[in-house]
Design a protein around this ligand. Structure first.
Ligand SMILES: NC(=O)c1ccc[n+]([C@@H]2O[C@H](COP(=O)([O-])OP(=O)(O)OC[C@H]3O[C@@H](n4cnc5c(N)ncnc54)[C@H](OP(=O)(O)O)[C@@H]3O)[C@@H](O)[C@H]2O)c1
Length: 290
């Protein structure tokens, strides 16, 4: 059993009744190329997960669709039996096709199957947090989530899920979910250069709901901006560090889940997120996404 670290940049946040470090880890990059199949370096992937735990990070983001099944099984192999403080957040609502696409799988039977597969692959009896992944690879798409979300609420009542969230969602879908049942987090694409959710983040902060940006470093296309490079070189830091430190400063309800398949990058990111930004730095960085 490990104790909860508060020395990580950003401190902690509470998802419902579950405390997590604001500096978390996104496991998607541990699968093979384009998140399909096993990693080329399986031992390296297991080493990253063990380093995550050793650093005191208590929030791991994953999905049964990564691989598919691959990252969940790696997490289990590396970290099971889990520390009492570790929280694993997963998502359901998309599957994989032969071409590596992410078709939706949001019929009640798809969602029930996905929840049971996550439980089995992760070796758990209850999933800490399950996000309903909406939209498509192009981003959030309008439309009611009621049938799908109510299916997850039913699985929550059965004790298979502790807390619920939504992902790749419009503000209207977030509101619709909240009218059906409490949510503890929203996981959408957001970073220094993509700030479409600014208003939503502030609204959620006022309601005590976490906002968890995916692609915090730009995802498959790393963040690039001359202003970011300029601020980073002035601070003698990497652009990745500045991007993570900016997110932690942006709002107290933002939780970081940067992905990496490298122990060295993981350490760099933990250190980098602790970078202190001046008001002048912030003003320059704020211009990037405007
Ligand atoms: N809800 C959704 O629909 C959704 C969609 C996408 C992702 N996610 C979640 O969000 C998490 C984060 O997204 P992501 O991993 O795709 O993107 P990301 O965190 O923005 O970026 C990851 C990329 O940055 C590189 N990187 C990380 N640290 C670095 C460093 N210090 N120096 C240089 N390169 C570095 C990684 O390469 P290396 O491996 O070489 O370090 C990887 O290619 C995922 O793991 C997943 O859990 C959710």
């Amino acid at each position: 059993m490990s104790t909860l670290s508060t020395s990580l940049p950003g401190g902690t946040w509470t998802l419902g009744d579950l405390t997590v470090t604001r500096f978390g880890y996104g496991a998607m990059q541990l699968a093979g190329p384009w998140v399909m199949g096993p990693p080329a370096d399986r031992d390296g992937a297991l080493a990253v997960l063990r380093a995550v735990a050793d650093l005191g990070i208590t929030h791991i983001d994953t999905s049964g669709a990564y691989g598919p099944h691959i990252t969940n099984r790696l997490i289990r192999q590396a970290l099971h039996p889990y520390s009492d403080s570790l929280r694993i957040v997963t998502k359901v609502g998309a599957t994989r096709d032969r071409e590596g696409g992410w078709p939706p799988a949001r019929r009640p039977e798809d969602l029930r199957r996905a929840v049971h597969e996550n439980l089995q692959d992760l070796g758990l009896e209850t999933l800490d947090v399950v996000n309903l992944r909406l939209g498509d690879a192009q981003g959030p798409q309008p439309g009611s989530l009621a049938e799908a979300f109510e299916t997850l609420v039913e699985l929550q009542r059965q004790g298979l899920i502790r807390h619920l969230g939504v992902s790749n969602a419009t503000a209207e879908q977030v509101a619709e979910a909240r009218s059906i049942a409490p949510i503890v987090c929203v996981q959408n694409m957001y970073n220094l250069a993509h700030r479409q959710d600014d208003e939503l983040i502030d609204e959620l902060a006022g309601q005590g709901i976490a906002y968890v940006p995916f692609f915090p470093l730009g995802g498959f296309t790393p963040l690039q901006s001359s202003a970011l490079t300029a601020v980073a070189s002035r601070l003698d830091a990497t652009p990745m560090s500045v991007a993570l430190a900016w997110l932690l400063r942006r709002s107290p309800n933002i939780l970081l889940i940067p992905g990496t398949s490298s122990v060295a990058h993981l350490h760099e990111n933990v250190t980098g997120a602790g970078l202190s930004l001046s008001d002048e730095d912030l003003a320059e960085l704020d211009e990037i996404g405007r």
